[in-house]
Design a protein around this ligand. Structure first.
Ligand SMILES: *[C@@H]1O[C@H](CO)[C@@H](O)[C@H](O)[C@H]1NC(C)=O
Ligand SMILES: *[C@@H]1O[C@H](CO)[C@@H](O)[C@H](O)[C@H]1NC(C)=O
Ligand SMILES: *[C@@H]1O[C@H](CO)[C@@H](O)[C@H](O)[C@H]1NC(C)=O
Ligand SMILES: *[C@@H]1O[C@H](CO)[C@@H](O)[C@H](O)[C@H]1NC(C)=O
Ligand SMILES: *[C@@H]1O[C@H](CO)[C@@H](O)[C@H](O)[C@H]1NC(C)=O
Ligand SMILES: *[C@@H]1O[C@H](CO)[C@@H](O)[C@H](O)[C@H]1NC(C)=O
Ligand SMILES: *[C@@H]1O[C@H](CO)[C@@H](O)[C@H](O)[C@H]1NC(C)=O
Ligand SMILES: *[C@@H]1O[C@H](CO)[C@@H](O)[C@H](O)[C@H]1NC(C)=O
Length: 823
């Protein structure tokens, strides 16, 4: 209770302070936001333009230690206390004294004069003179609250003829784009400052390579050479007939992206710490620099002690001596006799988990081609050097390359498999090598066994050491390995594979309960007649092993009536199997979204389920010995027992936090569209507050009986959050309640909707902790008013929708996104 009290007081004080400041500004500085023709100019020393709600200011300034004067736009003091310039007008033409004046001429062009320099303008904008008929009495340049300086030609400020957002300097803020307009040829590019004292055009640029055949890539250039290349991520771009661009959008926090002379950074203003906090920065690790290893080679950032560059199969270093001196920039060449002659025996060697080659060099994309067809497509053409088959939201794409393969980075967990073309000799040698490897593995069984024992010892030591040094990243996996490999946990039963096979009748189709991202779940009966659920990890998913160990380690330690109980596991050869408590009623979604089964869930039951899930999360987040972030909460992961008590399941993606760790970051985003919080989906940042977001969605789905990403007949552009937020604003929130609920307690339902809206607020800091939620649901604490939620719109492939909203389409509602690169 006191928590919220102080929260309100602090907020009220802050607002009062802002109001007072605004008042003072209006009172004494006569702040204004426009320049008009022939009347209002802006003189150096004559104040600044302040946008309506005091978000941004425009005026004359001197950067760093410089004494030169520039016209620029910066966040106002009330927003960002450390003066941060986001745009500079005369970046390459400074004024050497304070005689500058910014005016607007009769064509609607902004012009900067310095009176001691006669009448030649220092700087001006250019407006096509075909716009002849501007009415000068209605011309104005206005600084908007978005930070955009716009020249309007009409009284109502509707028709703009120029805007600063179209001429970025080194910084991208919300509403600005990086990309190309195909029609006008206009390109939006960021360019670094020369130095902290000189905003002049520097050497580094960030531009989008608008590859119309493959997904666009960001490039950072140093001069005219490539310096860094982004990973391709489909959520970040908007492409239509006219334009291809990346748009900063989607958060209400103060966020900017800036190109400096060493990196591109995305930063968010931390109102508490009064500093910019880094969300993203690149290049960072050795292999991020473009061409660190030259053509036809791959770079492995983790090879710390050995050389990080390695030729692709079938290629050899261009210069052996460079290679021996750990200089990989020369790259590798093929000694096949001319790329254009290819023999019958050509084939492909897989290079697993890579950041795929630069698609701006001789690449082609064809959609709707299976992996096999893609292989044939590449094999058919002698100049095809490699192919890659990708699948995204059910669409299969085939990428083929017809030139040198550049900028390949090898990941350990993420990435895609690239297939490199080789001739028959290399193909055969490669096959022999992998066979040989297997044989050697057999011969070396004993030495390997002792090595494993030594490793276990080292891991145990590491754990002991790790406990002394908490917060070490990845320690949960080490602990998981220890737990599984030593088989020491007394509570955990280890089953024979034969027992499991008998229990599930050879994993028969009849017994299959469901099919998840990492394998299948079967119903089984143990010799003592106990019914169990058997989760069998698919053997092909190499990455699943890690999740498996993780899941075992996590659930083995958890005991709570709202969590699914782990009875044991089975590890034999390639088999990884979990034996879990059997839930006869399957999952919550099988009731909620089924036209007949949903009637079993009356309001009383639904309210109990909501409270049960909340208690389960409370245990995970606060009450258990560990702090556990589930990361994939959704209705299909809530199972129901015979009495319809909810039990949280599927801990394959859970993370353990140690001590007072509050937040972590991952480059590997796992979760489900529609349930992921914005900071997780976009930046890979997860915390207890990302679970809270998912819980908010679950509550809304329980109350309404609709899927968050389901189709809304009244407004197809909107998802469930959007619909509820709209109804809430109109005071009609109860309209969202599932029509099959014959009777319900309106105050309980309202409370759930309000709490759910608090959970899905855009800013993670605003979302309540699970303990507060439990109190609010019980009515012991009255919930505050929710702010604007995140992700109000559905993902739409046709129009100009917010590219940062990763909502799924109907067909992928329950698909788990296993890998989505955010770098
Ligand atoms: C500005 O000058 C001071 C003193 O000469 C120096 O310490 C500081 O590094 C300079 N700052 C910049 C950004 O050049
Ligand atoms: C203000 O920002 C600059 C650049 O972002 C940084 O170097 C400086 O330390 C900051 N100053 C304060 C007082 O935080
Ligand atoms: C500023 O520049 C002008 C034009 O180059 C020059 O005439 C003037 O002397 C300079 N003033 C100072 C104070 O350097
Ligand atoms: C310009 O706009 C003003 C105000 O709307 C109007 O009174 C005036 O007649 C216009 N002048 C011309 C030449 O259209
Ligand atoms: C295949 O390529 C290797 C080297 O990449 C070369 O040594 C060999 O002669 C080639 N074999 C044929 C049949 O072209
Ligand atoms: C690496 O080799 C290239 C030529 O292949 C050369 O131009 C470059 O200077 C070398 N770099 C270093 C650090 O020796
Ligand atoms: C192979 O592909 C390249 C690039 O698409 C193309 O220019 C060339 O004509 C193709 N060659 C054949 C024989 O199809
Ligand atoms: C960007 O976000 C704003 C509000 O957050 C929204 O009104 C606008 O439509 C979005 N722009 C795009 C292109 O989606």
């Amino acid at each position: 209770m006191p928590l919220f009290h102080t929260y309100k007081v602090a907020n009220a004080q802050k607002m009062l302070f802002k109001a007072l400041l605004l008042f003072l500004l209006f009172r004494f500085c006569e702040s204004r936001d426009t320049i008009t023709w022939n009347q209002e100019q802006l003189k150096d020393g004559g104040g600044v333009l302040v946008s309506k709600q005091s978000k941004f200011e425009l005026g004359f300034f001197s950067p760093g230690n410089s004494s030169y004067r520039y016209v620029g736009i910066w966040y106002s003091q009330t927003e960002v206390s450390n003066k941060t310039v986001v745009w500079v007008a005369n970046r390459n033409n400074p004024i050497n004294d304070t005689s500058g004046v910014l005016t607007i001429n009769r064509y609607g062009e902004l012009v900067l004069y310095a009176y001691n320099m006669e009448s030649t303008p220092i700087w001006s904008t250019y407006v096509s003179r075909s716009v002849q008929n501007v009415n000068t009495t209605t011309l104005s340049a206005q600084l908007l609250d978005t930070g955009n300086l716009v020249v309007f030609q009409d009284n109502n400020n509707e028709i703009s003829i120029w805007q600063s957002f179209d001429h970025p300097t080194d910084t991208l803020i919300r509403g600005m784009k990086v990309g190309v307009n195909w029609k006008s040829g206009q390109e939006w590019v960021l360019t670094s400052w020369k130095s902290q004292d000189d905003p002049g055009t520097g050497d580094y640029t960030l531009r989008l390579y608008p590859n119309q055949i493959a997904s666009p890539q960001f490039f950072m250039y140093k001069g005219s050479s490539k310096y860094w290349r982004s990973d391709t991520g489909p959520i970040d771009f908007v492409t239509n007939q006219e334009e291809t661009y990346y748009l900063m959008n989607g958060t209400n926090t103060i966020t900017r992206a800036t190109v400096t002379d060493s990196a591109v950074e995305r930063l968010t203003w931390d109102d508490g710490g009064l500093q910019w906090e880094e969300d993203f920065s690149a290049p960072k690790s050795r292999c991020d620099w473009y061409g660190q290893c030259g053509a036809n080679s791959k770079c492995s950032p983790d090879n710390v002690n050995v050389f990080w560059c390695d030729c692709l199969p079938g290629y050899v270093p261009k210069s052996i001596s460079d290679w021996n001196h750990k200089n990989g920039t020369g790259g590798c060449v093929s000694n096949r006799l001319g790329l254009l002659k290819c023999g019958d025996g050509d084939g492909f060697v897989k290079v697993a988990r890579v950041k795929y080659p630069d698609t701006s060099i001789g690449a082609l994309l064809k959609s709707g081609m299976s992996a096999k067809e893609c292989e044939q497509e590449c094999l058919r053409n002698c100049s095809c050097t490699a192919y890659l088959s990708t699948e995204y939201e059910g669409l299969v794409d085939c990428l083929t390359w017809y030139d040198d393969l550049m900028d390949i980075l090898v990941y350990t967990e993420v990435g895609q498999d690239l297939y490199v073309r080789v001739n028959a000799t290399v193909l055969a040698a490669n096959a022999r090598r992998s066979e040989g490897f297997l044989e050697r593995r057999g011969m070396l069984a004993i030495p390997i066994l002792s090595a494993v024992l030594a490793l276990v010892l080292i891991i145990m030591l590491a754990c002991w050491w790790g406990k002394k040094n908490r917060n070490t990243k990845g320690i949960d996996f080490v602990e998981a390995d220890e737990l599984v490999e030593n088989q020491t946990n007394p509570e955990l039963q280890f089953f024979d594979l034969d027992t499991i096979i008998a229990a599930t009748d050879h994993f028969s189709r009849v017994n299959e309960l469901g099919h998840g991202g990492f394998g299948s779940v079967y119903k089984g009966q143990l010799p003592n007649e106990e019914k169990v659920a058997v989760k069998r990890l698919s053997q092909t998913s190499g990455q699943g092993i890690k999740e498996f160990k993780n899941e075992v380690a996590v659930i083995a330690r958890l005991q709570h009536r709202n969590l699914v109980k782990l009875l044991g596991c089975c590890i034999k050869g390639e088999e990884r199997i979990l034996v879990l408590e059997y839930m006869p009623n399957k999952s919550l979604n099988s009731f909620l979204f089924d036209s007949t089964r949903r009637s079993f869930l009356d309001w009383e039951k639904r309210f109990e389920i909501i409270n049960g899930i909340a208690r389960g999360i409370l245990y995970l987040h606060q009450d258990s010995r560990l702090r556990i972030i589930h990361r994939d909460l959704k209705t299909s992961n809530i199972l129901l027992d015979t009495k319809m008590n909810p039990k949280i399941s599927d801990f394959g993606m859970a993370r353990i936090f140690h001590g007072d760790q509050l937040q972590d970051k991952t480059s590997r985003i796992v979760g489900t569209y529609g349930y992921m919080s914005p900071e997780y989906a976009i930046f890979g940042r997860f915390s207890t507050k990302s679970d809270i977001f998912s819980f908010g969605i679950i509550m809304l789905e329980i109350v309404s009986g609709r899927k968050n990403n389901g189709y809304d007949l009244e407004d197809p552009s909107m998802n469930l959050i959007g619909r509820v937020w709209e109804l809430w604003g109109e005071g009609r929130a109860l309209d969202i309640v599932d029509s099959t609920l014959k009777s319900y307690k309106p105050n309980e339902v309202m409370r759930c909707i309000q709490v759910a809206l608090l959970c899905v607020q855009e800013d993670s800091k605003d979302r309540p902790a699970i303990s507060a939620i439990v109190f609010m649901l019980s009515g012991e604490l009255s919930p505050p008013l929710p702010k604007h939620p995140a992700f109000v719109y559905r993902r739409d492939f046709s129009a100009d929708v917010d590219p940062l909203l990763p909502n799924g389409s109907d067909s992928v509602n329950d698909l788990t996104i296993t890998t989505m690169e955010v770098r």
